[in-house]
Design a protein around this ligand. Structure first.
Ligand code: ZN
Length: 435
């Protein structure tokens, strides 16, 4: 591992802070503005797909843009103001300017009674409606009387925008890294993953690569459906996939398995988390959550899992104004990034090897790579790893197979393979990818 954790975490946090104030949605100028900020770091292309485009069973929606919104009381005071927080307006609200009584206004207000100081995050993408979100405490204090509601927004034919960054490697076979990028001022869900993807793309652009990498910054659900519909010819190249989400909170790491459950990416992620020396959770696939719902739909069934810390819906601040710049922390971001790199290293470095001295063990001691104090019970892991690699490198077991069989970190097994290769005791069987 060559990354500098502290600097990485700070850089990731700075990007989140830059993106945080922007009002993003599944379409519109906030999404474009965010991608332009990412373009300062990556040469990502911005794709524009016209409203009305048929994408499988869905249709690219009209484009939504908002300039201002408020609720004003009879005294002319803006009691709910989009300028103070973009979460105050239900995303995709249709334009409106009317005076209405409190009774009618209340039908369009959303609160979180269990967290009375937080503003909820609500959307109405596929039903034309309008609404405001506010702290429950404020809701309880609303006086009877008339209110002016104003949403200066447009919902018109336009485009769905997404960002794509392709990094070619030795092989045309691809690793897909995807994150939804459509939430407004929410940090963990999902600015944390956007910043992790940028960091990862930069890191990989400076590393030798066996695989090619494709990064997608897309609006949730409709973005992955649109991308899959327009890029079906590319899909067979995708051999591994990792969806990133909620990577900055203080919780421990979670990996949600792909629909297949035993794909190489699943095994790689499991090995990394099992040997990170911290608590972690492996979740079974369920057809709910983020864009894995589309990438792992039966017609594609991509080997794509989801790396998170605390999963969506499982932390109280989820989809509220409390998912803010305090909820995400540089050290958690750096730790998540490090895990992404380790998982990708497994994909990059795994392979079949051949023991060049298969008849009995080679004498490692005389080569200076094995101390094996006689009579002492347990061998150090590093030396046991040498024995495992020699024993199972018959061209039928990959390094990850060996790591799993030996209950060791992939890194330890890979290091052993490198040492043995250096001493002409091992060679790579081929460069054929598997998985
Ligand atoms: Zn969300």
């Amino acid at each position: 591992m060559t990354t500098n954790g502290e600097a990485t975490g700070q850089r990731m946090y700075r990007l989140i802070r830059k993106l945080y104030p922007i009002c993003r949605s599944i379409t519109g100028n906030g999404f474009r503005k965010s991608l332009r900020i990412l373009q300062d770091r990556l040469e990502l292309t911005m794709q524009e797909v016209p409203s009305g485009t048929k994408v499988f069973d869905w249709t690219v929606p009209k484009e939504w843009n908002i300039r201002d919104a408020y609720v004003q009381n009879a005294r002319g005071e803006r009691i709910i103001d989009f300028q103070r927080s973009n979460l105050h307006v239900v995303s995709y609200s249709i334009p409106i300017k009317r005076k209405i009584p409190l009774r009618e206004l209340k039908e369009h207000l959303h609160t979180l009674p269990e967290h009375p100081d937080w503003i909820p995050y609500r959307t109405s993408y596929y039903t034309e409606d309008w609404g405001f979100c506010l702290p429950h405490r404020q809701f309880l204090d609303l006086d009877e009387g008339e209110y002016e509601v104003s949403i200066d927004a447009s919902l018109e034919d336009g485009h769905l925008t997404y960002g794509e960054y392709y990094l070619p490697g030795e092989s045309p076979h691809e690793v897909l890294i995807s994150c939804h990028s459509c939430h407004p001022s929410l940090c963990n869900d999902n600015l944390s993953a956007m910043s992790a993807a940028v960091e990862l793309a930069e890191y990989l652009s400076q590393s030798p690569r066996r695989f090619s990498y494709r990064f997608l910054f897309i609006p949730g659900t409709i973005g992955s459906i649109t991308w899959l519909a327009l890029n079906e010819a590319t899909v067979p190249n995708i051999k591994h996939g990792l969806l990133l989400s909620c990577l900055g909170d203080a919780g421990s790491s979670t990996y949600k398995l792909s629909r297949r459950g035993d794909a190489l990416i699943d095994r790689a992620a499991k090995n990394v988390l099992e040997h990170a020396g911290e608590s972690f959770t492996i979740l079974e696939f369920v057809p709910y959550g983020y864009d894995e719902r589309q990438f792992c739909s039966p017609g594609f069934d991509l080997p794509l899992g989801c790396l998170m810390r605390t999963p969506n819906g499982k932390y109280p601040e989820y989809h509220s104004s409390a998912d803010d710049l305090d909820l995400v922390q540089p050290d958690a971001l750096a730790d998540s990034f490090e895990k992404c790199v380790r998982i990708i290293n497994v994909l990059e470095q795994d392979g079949y090897f051949i023991n060049l001295n298969p008849k009995c063990e080679p004498q490692l001691g005389k080569r200076g790579i094995y101390r094996g104090l006689r009579g002492q019970g347990d061998l150090p892991n590093r030396e046991l790893a040498l024995l495992w690699v020699l024993n199972l490198s018959d061209g039928k077991h990959t390094l990850l197979d060996i790591a799993e069989r030996a209950h060791m970190a992939f890194d330890t097994i890979h290091d052993a393979a490198q040492t043995l290769t250096k001493h002409d005791l091992l060679r790579r069987a081929d460069q054929v990818e598997h998985g």
